[in-house]
Design a protein. Structure first.
Length: 101
């Protein structure tokens, strides 16, 4: 699933520093992050960045071997609030059984 984030999430993830977030236009930040391969899309209207994914579709911060988040303490709000927010609120692709419910 694509991970959509806002500027404060990028600061928390340390992809953008606080000074840059305060003094640069989001469009310029998006251009830099896109060139670096860190984001794959920027929604200008809502200032929402979509994090880049691996060829497999996995989040770039997901460990391929352990399947655990490598930035868990710094994870974006979308991940913190999943599955309550996202493209399909309330939906988890792994289902209740996989989540131990």
């Amino acid at each position: 699933m694509p991970v959509e984030v806002k500027l404060p999430d990028l600061v928390r993830l340390q992809l953008v520093d606080a000074f840059e977030a305060e003094h640069e236009e989001p469009k310029q930040i998006a251009k830099r992050l896109s060139k670096a391969g860190l984001i794959e899309h920027f929604n200008f209207k809502n200032s929402i960045f979509t994090l880049a994914r691996r060829a497999s579709g996995d989040c770039q911060f997901l460990d391929a071997r352990t399947r655990r988040c490598t930035v868990y303490a710094l994870r974006p709000n979308t991940c913190r609030l999943h599955p309550q927010v996202g493209p399909r609120p309330g939906h988890c692709p792994y289902g209740a059984q996989a989540l131990g419910r």
